[in-house]
Design a protein around this ligand. Structure first.
Ligand code: PEP
Ligand code: MG
Length: 762
């Protein structure tokens, strides 16, 4: 069964259109279950009908010709109840209904399963058989499994189809339901981005290459030939390297392998597709995928394995083609970067002044790449699982980074609404600009230090522009992530020196290397089945003192003559981790002193980002110099919700009462020990949370530079008494929804409703 499922999903995945996918599904399910009929009905949201969309065994002439209401027939019954229906004799069921000319009268046995994707009913999958019999439990389980597996693929294919229709010139906007051209993901950086999609792939993937017309057939053909030659050379090199290991017979395999790309075979097909006007990457991907599908459908396992070879070869050629074309891409003035997975290097592909928005299939609002997007202040939506990558390039896109939505080829009205919002945002930024020079304070004049989180160079400039009063979190791992090896002590010293100097005499809190979880260095891969509970943060650096010592030495040496350095330790879960780290720092300090460096011993702080540290907060505060709450991780670990998983993003609620109780507890623990405590997670820059965090007593809030002015504006509308009252009210609430509502009303009452929409992704 698993093998059948695997082949079915692969085939559906490779299908070029929804119709092709549905035809494959009905054919393969009917064959796998040896039934007489297999049919798919799809839910059309506009007409609220279950449309007869594909069949094997019933009248093909009726495909697309009729739809059943939810109160009609057995299909309506399955759709309404969203559960399977297994009948020995369908006609005996009270809701049975015959559709004229469909040919159902020949079949007695009926088994239907709903197709549900993310709580949304997409349709019904039905098998039927002539003989009167009840389908076995195994058969029922199989159909339910197939339908669950196919749901995501159908949702994806439906969207791709809708986008394709919307982009064709003859299509009327009305022909696409507005919900179909709208995709949902996770808001990663607030703001509205409007532009033209450009797809950037960090690695070659045949599956995601769009079809596109060649600008010059001649040039595309030459590029293809060049890429082929490069792959041939690579493979010949591999064959030579293995010559002594393999006998002549085995080695001959490479010859066969290379022949796949000959002009007489696939190479020739690709070339003729290019000559007919397709660009090289598209032609290659189409030909290769067609052959892969063909091989994968073969019964004989040896031949099926050839699919792997064809995919490998195709991917290699594509890699060369993409390398060559990358250098010559001319991105539109307003580009929306579309990627499967957003990485630092894909971000760097598009010149900053042309980048208007970011959309990615994977990732969540707190994944590393999202943090980078926020640092650059580019509206971003990530975790758009149903993103049909192949259809996206050259489409007009609206990125709604406030609500985590994207709109593909929006019709004129919708586009005008977003253009107006964008203009409103720009006006608001202009209105807030004078606040940059003013310190943050409440309405009755109590000063609240706002610090900034940094990681990339752009942060420094923006932080200074908006009047940050210190750096609460310098994510040192960002510069590690952008390299292909660990930076040397001297390289690090220079980087850290630049940070310290840029903000001097304001304090700069440098966090020691925080890798693991979703931040893995390409040159130091960490393979784990459960990375967020694995080797990350201080655990890695204590196991590798050479990395830790080099970094701390670089920080201390950079601090010479400035003395505005603070060191922060990530992911501490136990007192002995804190003590071990402190001992190493103290050893480094002794060392650099002996070498003649006069750097003062810096304050050392601990991040509170796991539940264990919440309970140890007072002991940690007693021994450390300060605490800083990492609310991104703390929320993840308290609520047991993976911060990088878009599927559970709705459950990731930093305003959950459990998180708020932990925050209040940490502030109390730090203050009982007369130590300062800051908050440096995304929550610190969320306009809804700001009044509450200040009321709790956080000594500093450290946020992205882009949130500084909004935060100043929000704070200036509350007196200390207002804040205290708000906290008393909110801390007695029992759900994140109630908290959000109470905080939203507090903002609305003060005329700050526009900041609610502009709220950070919490
Ligand atoms: C946090 O966890 O809140 C934090 C600030 O650290 P990071 O997001 O880098 O894990
Ligand atoms: Mg963290």
């Amino acid at each position: 069964m698993l093998e059948t499922l695997r082949r079915l999903t692969q085939a559906v995945n490779d299908a070029d259109s929804l119709d092709e996918a549905l035809i494959l599904i009905v054919a393969q399910v009917r064959a796998a279950m040896s039934t007489d009929v297999c049919t798919v009905y799809l839910h059309d949201k506009r007409s609220q009908k279950l449309v007869f969309r594909a069949t094997e065994g019933l009248n093909l002439g009726k495909v697309g010709q009729f739809g059943l209401g939810f109160d009609e027939g057995l299909v309506g019954w399955v759709a309404t109840r969203e559960e399977p229906l297994n009948l020995e004799d369908a006609s005996a069921h009270p809701q049975f209904q015959l559709v004229e000319d469909l040919g159902e009268e020949l079949f007695s046995a009926f088994l239907g399963a709903p197709i549900v994707h993310q709580r949304d009913l997409l349709g019904v999958l039905v098998v039927q058989q002539g003989e009167r019999r009840r389908f076995s439990e195994e058969e029922e389980a199989f159909l339910v499994t197939v339908s669950a597996q196919l749901a995501g693929l159908i949702a994806h294919a439906e969207l791709a189809g809708a986008i394709g229709r919307a982009s064709s010139p003859e299509a009327q906007p009305e022909s696409v339901s507005s919900s179909a051209a709208r995709l949902s993901g996770v808001a990663a950086c607030s703001g509205i981005g409007i532009g033209v999609a450009a797809w950037v792939s960090p690695h070659a993937d045949l599956q995601t290459v769009p079809s596109r017309e060649a600008e010059s057939r001649h040039a595309e053909l030459a590029a293809f030939r060049q890429a082929l030659a490069a792959v041939r050379a690579d493979i010949q090199q591999v064959a030579e390297n293995l010559q002594s290991e393999l006998g002549p017979e085995d080695n001959a395999l490479f010859g066969v392998y290379l022949n796949i790309l000959d002009d007489s075979t696939l190479g020739g097909e690709v070339a003729s597709l290019i000559k007919s006007g397709e660009w090289a990457q598209g032609a290659l991907s189409q030909v290769m995928l067609r052959h892969i599908r063909h091989f994968e459908r073969m019964e004989h396992s040896y031949l099926r394995e050839r699919a792997v070879d064809v995919r490998d070869l195709g991917t290699r050629v594509l890699g060369y083609l993409q390398d060559a074309s990358r250098q010559q891409i001319d991105y539109p003035a307003q580009t929306i970067l579309v990627a499967e997975e957003l990485t630092a290097s894909t971000l760097g592909e598009i010149p900053r002044d042309r980048l208007a928005g970011i959309v990615s299939m994977r990732g969540s609002s707190n994944s590393h790449a999202a943090i980078l997007a926020r640092a650059m202040g580019i509206p971003a939506v990530v975790g758009v699982e149903d993103l049909p990558l192949r259809q996206m390039p050259d489409q007009t896109l609206v990125v709604d980074g406030y609500n985590g939505r994207i709109y593909v080829n929006p019709h004129a009205d919708l586009l005008a609404r977003f253009e107006a919002l964008l203009a409103e945002d720009q006006a608001l930024s202009a209105e807030l600009a004078p606040l940059a020079q003013l310190p943050a304070a409440t309405l009755d004049g109590e000063a609240i230090p706002l610090w900034v989180n940094t990681g990339v160079a752009a942060d420094v400039q923006r932080a200074q522009e908006f009047g940050a009063e210190g750096v609460g979190l310098y994510r040192t791992e960002v510069s590690f992530l952008l390299r292909d090896r660990f930076p040397s002590e001297e390289e690090q010293r220079q980087l850290y020196r630049e940070q310290l100097e840029a903000f001097h005499p304001l304090p700069v809190t440098m966090r020691t290397l925080d890798i693991g979880g979703d931040k893995s260095l390409p040159y130091f891969p960490i393979e784990e089945s459960n990375p967020f509970l694995g080797w990350r943060g201080i655990r890695v650096t204590l196991d590798h003192p050479e990395i830790f010592l080099t970094q701390v030495r670089a920080m201390l040496r950079a601090n010479e003559g400035l003395n505005n350095l603070r060191i922060l330790l990530p992911m501490v879960t136990a007192m002995d981790e804190w003590r071990a780290a402190q001992e190493l720092i103290s050893r480094c300090h002794q060392e650099v002193l002996t070498e003649g460096c006069t750097s003062a011993y810096p304050p050392i702080g601990v991040m509170i980002e796991v539940p264990a540290a919440v309970y140890l907060a007072e002991s940690l505060a007693e021994e450390a110099d300060f605490l800083s709450v990492g609310s991104n991780d703390l929320t993840q670990y308290l609520l047991a919700v993976d911060r990088g998983n878009a599927r559970v993003a709705g459950l990731y609620q930093s305003l959950h009462p459990a998180v708020l109780a932990a925050l209040a507890h940490i502030v109390g623990a730090a203050h009982r020990q007369q130590k300062s405590v800051s908050l440096c997670g995304e929550l610190a820059g969320d306009p809804l949370a700001v009044p509450l965090l200040v009321a709790m007593g956080f000594d500093q809030l450290s946020m992205n530079a882009g949130s500084l002015l909004v935060t100043k504006r929000v704070l200036s509308a509350f007196t200390r008494d207002d804040l205290d009252q708000l906290m008393t009210d909110v801390l007695s609430l029992r759900s994140a929804q109630e908290v959000t509502l109470a905080l939203s009303s507090a903002l609305s009452e003060r005329g700050l409703e526009s900041f609610i929409r502009r709220g950070g992704p919490v």
